[in-house]
Design a binder for this molecule. Structure first.
Ligand SMILES: [Fe+2]
Length: 340
C-alpha cells in the first residue's frame, strides 16, 4: 500500500466510526440549579484544561428537571447539577440519568455519597441553632428533642414541603421508623413559635432576635453568616449557639449538591470528563468552598473561616441514594401532621 492509500484507508475508518472515536467533544451543555460566583472559575478552569466550552442553562431545580423531561430524547442537556439528594433521585426515577462507570469517580467519592448514575460533589448538614438566652444546648442535642414539650412555642423552620425538610424526614423514617417520625412531626408542629415561613437564613435571624428559641437550618447559611462582616449578622451570631444533632446516635443529617450525565446527552465523553473534573481537588475547592459546603473527596482541604468556626461532627452515613426511598412517605407524614 502506498502512503497515500494508507492515509485514505485511515480517513475512511475514521469517517465510518463517526465522531465518537476520533473527534473529541468541544462543548458541553450543563443544566445547573447552582449559581454561585465561584462557579464561574469552576467552569472556566475546566475549559482551560480540556478545551471543552461549557454552555450553561441555569434555572430552579424543579424547572430544570421539568425542562429536561419535556425535551425528552431531543434534550441538549449533557449534565444536570442540582442540590438535594431526593431531587437527584427523582430525576433518576424518571430514568433521566445514564450509568457512568468511572473508576475515577468511584475512587474519589465515598460509596455512600454516590450511586451508579449520580454523584455527590459537596455536602451540607442540617443543624440546630438556638437562642442562648432562651434555650440550653443540652435541651436540643437531637432532632427528636425539637418535638419535646419543653420546646413549646420555640421552634422555627422553613416549610415542611421544602426539599431540605423532606429529606430530613426521610432520614428520620429510616432511622426511627414511620410511626415515631409521625409522632415527631406532630410534636414539632405543636411546638412552632410561628407558622413556617422564609428560608433558613430567616430562621437564623429570628433565633438571634429571640422570636424563635430554636431552628433547623443548613450549615452553609450558617457558615455564610459566621463569615459576614455586617454588624447585624455579627449581632445575630453572638446570640446563637449551634448544635450538631444526634452525635450519640446516627449522626447529623447531611444532604448534597451533585449531578449526573443524562441518558440523552449529545456529548457523553465531555460529560464524563466534566463529572470527573468535579471530583478533582481543584474543582472540589471551587464547588464546595464557593457555597460554604464540605468537599466529598477525602483529603481535599478547603480554607473556609465559617466552616472552621463550626468545627467537626459525626455525619449520618445513610447512603444518599436511599434518602429518596422514603421521601414520599415523609411528605405524607408531614401533611397529616400539618407541617406544611
Ligand atoms: Fe439552600
Amino acid at each position: 500500500m502506498t502512503k497515500l492509500k494508507t492515509l485514505a484507508a485511515l480517513l475512511a475508518t475514521s469517517a465510518a466510526l463517526g465522531n465518537t472515536a476520533f473527534a473529541a467533544d468541544t462543548e458541553l451543555n450543563l443544566y445547573t440549579a447552582r449559581h454561585y460566583q465561584t462557579d464561574e472559575a469552576l467552569y472556566s478552569n475546566f475549559t482551560t484544561r480540556t478545551g471543552i466550552r461549557i454552555n450553561r442553562i441555569e434555572g430552579k431545580e424543579e424547572e430544570l428537571l421539568e425542562r429536561i423531561r419535556n425535551e425528552g430524547a431531543n434534550s441538549p442537556a449533557d449534565v444536570f447539577i442540582t442540590v438535594d439528594a431526593a431531587r437527584l433521585a427523582a430525576a433518576d426515577q424518571y430514568g433521566l440519568f445514564a450509568t457512568v462507570d468511572s473508576p475515577t469517580l468511584k475512587s474519589a467519592i465515598p460509596a455512600h455519597l454516590r450511586t451508579d448514575r449520580w454523584f455527590a460533589f459537596s455536602t451540607r448538614a442540617r443543624v440546630i441553632v438556638y437562642n442562648k438566652l432562651d434555650v440550653k444546648a443540652d435541651q436540643v442535642r437531637n432532632y427528636e428533642d425539637l418535638a419535646k414539650p419543653d420546646m413549646k412555642g420555640k421552634v422555627c423552620t422553613r416549610s415542611g414541603s421544602h426539599a431540605y425538610n423532606m429529606s430530613l424526614g426521610s432520614a428520620l423514617i429510616q432511622h426511627n421508623g414511620a410511626a415515631k417520625t409521625e409522632e415527631w412531626a406532630r410534636g414539632l408542629v405543636a411546638n412552632f413559635a410561628r407558622a413556617p415561613k422564609g428560608g433558613d437564613t430567616d430562621q437564623i435571624k429570628a433565633v438571634g432576635a429571640g422570636e424563635c428559641g430554636v431552628a433547623l437550618v443548613n450549615s452553609y447559611y450558617l457558615a455564610r453568616m459566621l463569615k459576614s462582616t455586617k454588624p447585624e449578622d455579627q449581632k445575630t451570631v453572638d446570640r446563637i449557639g449551634i448544635v450538631w444533632p444526634n452525635q450519640s446516635s446516627f449522626g447529623t443529617h447531611i444532604n448534597i449538591s451533585g449531578g449526573g450525565m443524562l441518558k440523552t446527552a449529545p456529548h457523553k465523553e465531555a460529560a464524563v470528563k466534566f463529572l470527573e473534573y468535579l471530583a478533582s481537588p481543584e474543582a472540589q475547592d471551587y464547588f464546595a468552598n464557593g457555597n460554604n459546603e464540605w468537599p466529598v473527596v477525602a483529603g481535599v482541604k478547603i480554607a473556609n473561616r465559617g466552616l472552621d468556626a463550626m468545627g467537626k461532627f459525626k455525619a449520618d452515613t445513610l447512603p444518599v441514594g436511599k434518602l429518596a426511598d422514603t421521601v414520599i412517605e415523609a411528605q405524607k407524614i408531614y401533611d397529616r401532621a400539618g407541617f406544611r
